[in-house]
Design a binder for this molecule. Structure first.
Ligand code: NDP
Length: 339
């Protein structure tokens, strides 16, 4: 799957194209190249920032990470090695890393990590809860926000891939947790299955500021922000002194022309609020901690894994576009091939 053009406004099906190109099942000696059969592909909102049209003066998303129309789109995923020129990998190894939105990937071996055969859990988990989404939740909550017992935590897009894990980790750490999501079914899931103390449908609220005041009469200590925009503004207005905000994502602001909002900076200063942006990839030092803790939690039934699965390469564009409509419940992944 490629983009046909740089995306303007919201992503739509016509922005994508399924291309069929021949694949040579051999690698140049000395190239360190590995050919992978893709099994699971992670579908993530941040890809829109790589696909968008930018003016030449734009500095935030570097040209090197932008997606070029007609070129493969790489994303986290799980795959099986078919051919390898990298001595670290042999045929049939199972790996995670950046794979293409397609059936096969050709990549340098250095970009891949072998899956730990000791982890006896579904392979798809490595594209979500044990992959980048899980690490994002773990790093944002514990490293950026220093969550501790008794903290009052608010998380947006709480039924999404990152958000549901933030809430579950926070509950396991003894925090009081409220999430917001975009439908009644999602709210019910958060409260009844995932153990959130409370949850609300932000689409049914006319005034986000007073909604948060209702759910947090004693103020918010930590806001894990997945959406940006007006929700960030309202959360900051309800934060306690020395509150922490993990600026993880701003999905409400990703589409060109989206409405933007900003927190009241006088509030930020007088309440000594720390707002910190972060990227999970900068927190790989936590990876082994994160993996062993999360694997144990899953085995003990303390973390409930939420996956939302589509099948086949051709389903990738609609899976991606659906993230921006809130179609997904939990981690959106596409199954590309049988394991
Ligand atoms: P999700 O699985 O949560 O999917 C996106 C969800 O966001 C949707 O299901 C929808 O749920 C909600 N949403 C969509 N549009 C809006 C909107 N306009 N306003 C409010 N909510 C909206 O995605 P992820 O969990 O994978 O990612 C969550 C955030 O974290 C994203 O912003 C992403 O870019 C970011 N991220 C950041 C990383 C980092 O390293 N900093 C790494 C990974 C992700 P609903 O029904 O509730 O509206």
């Amino acid at each position: 799957i490629t983009i046909t053009n740089h995306i303007q406004g919201s992503a739509k099906e016509s922005d994508f194209e399924l291309k069929v190109v021949p694949l040579r099942l051999s690698v140049e000696p000395g190239s360190s190249a590995v050919i992978l059969k893709n099994l699971w592909v992670s579908i993530d909102p941040y890809q829109l920032n790589r696909m968008k049209r930018y003016s030449s003066s734009h500095k935030t998303v570097q040209p090197a990470v932008r997606i070029t129309p007609g070129q493969p789109i790489d994303s986290p995923g799980v795959a099986r090695v078919l051919v390898s020129d990298d001595p670290e990998f042999v045929k049939d190894d199972l790996v995670e890393g950046f794979v293409h939105w397609g059936e096969y990937t050709v990549v340098k071996g250095g970009m891949l990590r072998k899956l730990d055969p000791e982890i006896d859990l579904p392979l798809s988990y490595h594209a979500g809860v044990l992959g980048m989404s899980g690490l994002t939740a773990y790093a944002g909550l514990f490293e950026i926000c220093k969550a501790k017992k008794g903290d009052k935590v608010f998380v947006s897009a709480a039924c999404g891939s990152v958000g549901n894990l933030v809430g579950q980790y926070a509950k396991l750490s003894g925090c009081y947790v409220v999430g917001c999501a975009g439908s009644r079914d999602k709210v019910a899931l958060l409260k009844e299955k995932l153990g959130f103390d409370d949850a609300f449908n932000y689409k049914e609220e006319t005034d986000l500021n007073s909604a948060l005041a209702r759910y947090f009469p004693d103020g918010i200590d930590i806001y894990f922000d997945n959406v940006g925009g007006e929700m960030l503004e309202a959360a900051v207005a309800n934060m306690n002194t020395c509150g922490r905000v993990a600026a993880c994502g701003a999905i409400a602001e990703y589409s060109e022309g989206a409405k933007r909002a900003a927190p009241n900076m006088v509030d930020v200063i007088y309440k000594r609020i720390k707002i910190q942006g972060f990227l999970a990839i900068d927190h790989m030092s936590l990876h082994s901690d994160f993996l062993s803790t999360t694997t144990d939690y899953i085995h003990n039934g303390k973390i409930k894994v939420q996956e939302d699965i589509s099948s086949g390469v051709e389903s990738i564009p609609s899976a991606f576009i659906g993230l921006f409509r809130g179609d997904n419940i939990g981690k959106k992944i596409v199954k590309i091939a049988d394991e």
